[in-house]
Structure formats: C-alpha cells, structure tokens
Design a protein around this ligand. Structure first.
Ligand SMILES: [Zn+2]
Length: 198
C-alpha cells in the first residue's frame, strides 16, 4: 500500500487534464527517485507560479504583471482584438507571432451540455472594451468545434450595431480543430484568410 502522502499527491496530480490515476502514481514514483533534481525543480516552479502569476484584468491572459505584457506592449496594435476561448489558444497564436494586436480570453465556450452561459464567459468585458472605442476589428478565433462556432456567432450578434468589423478565422481549420493543437502554418493561413463572419 502506498503511503497517505503519496496517495494525496497522486490524487492531486490525477485531477490534471489528461492525467489519470495510474499515470499520476507513476509520475509521483518517478519524482521521488529524482528528489534533488526533477522534484526540486517542480516544487520551485509550482511555488513561482502560485506566488507570481496573475490573471490580466483587461484580457484574461496569465502573466507576472497586471495588465499583462501583451496589454502593456505599445508596439501592439490596440485597434485589433483577437478573441480566443482559453489562455492556451492565446499562447498558441502568440508563440507563432501571428497576430500583432491585442487579445481577449473568454474563459471557455458556450455549452448547453456543460451549462456554460454567456454570463459565465468574459463577453461583457469584451463588449465594454469595444464600447470604450479605438477598436476597428474583432477577430473571433474560436475553435472549429460546434460549441466554438456557436460562441462566435453569439458574440458577433452581441457586437452588432457597434462600429467594429467582426471577422473570424478562415475555414482552413479542420473541423473539430482546437487552436492549441494546430501547427503554425495552418494557424497562419487561417488568420491571414480571416473573413467577415457570416
Ligand atoms: Zn492583458
């Protein structure tokens, strides 16, 4: 029988996305054998994340500063806002340096199944940003899933009547495709060929 401490850590790790109880227990045993190296590094990295990382009040990005580095960057074009579902999507686009504007993280996608309603996402904050003025284009970069597209259309409707051009990523995205898993070429193509939302 594993000790209570090992069970507690395995249990905590098993809650991570993509990690089940079995692989969590293997990871714990692997770490215990590397107490001075991998485990020490992991402890330090976790403490740093816990102590330093904050959510940006403007865009929802996660960074060591609030506003985040992207919102504070004057070289970025504030007239263009790219709306993504999750921070991971923002990072995928930004890793590839594909977009020179600002971002807005929704914190998920509308889902009747999971009970996610518009007020559970940061749609209100997005509308506020646009209403404040100085925004010419909102690029909806939702995943090419049914829920992602439903979310994009809902936001486009809410933006109607505001003086802003609303575009979305081109249909180069594979159906069901999630931004975070796409290669940079596909992402670049989808962004370059963005078009007005239908
Ligand atoms: Zn920000």
């Amino acid at each position: 029988m594993a000790s209570q401490e090992i069970e507690a850590l395995s249990g905590a790790l098993a809650r991570l996305p993509g990690l089940g109880p079995r692989s969590a227990r293997r990871a714990v045993l692997w770490l215990i054998k590397r107490r001075e190296t991998a485990l020490a590094q992991l402890v330090d990295a976790l403490a740093t994340v816990r102590d330093l990382l904050v959510e940006c009040d403007t865009c929802g990005n996660v960074d060591t500063t609030n506003p985040c580095g992207i919102c504070a960057d004057r070289r970025r074009d504030p007239r263009s806002i790219c709306v993504v579902e999750e921070v991971a999507d923002l990072w995928a686009l930004d890793r590839a340096r594909l977009f020179a504007g600002k971002y807005h993280v929704l914190g998920g996608r509308l889902s009747a199944l999971e009970g996610v309603r518009p007020e559970d996402l940061t749609i209100g904050q997005l509308l506020d940003r646009v209403r404040q003025g100085g925004v010419d284009e909102v690029v909806l970069a939702m995943n090419a899933t049914l829920e992602g597209q439903t979310t994009a259309h809902y936001i486009a409707e809410r933006l109607e009547g505001l003086p802003v051009r609303v575009t979305q990523l081109a249909h180069g995205l594979p159906v069901g495709g999630e931004l975070d898993y796409l290669d940079e070429g596909t992402l670049a193509q989808a962004l370059r060929a963005r078009r007005p939302i239908a």
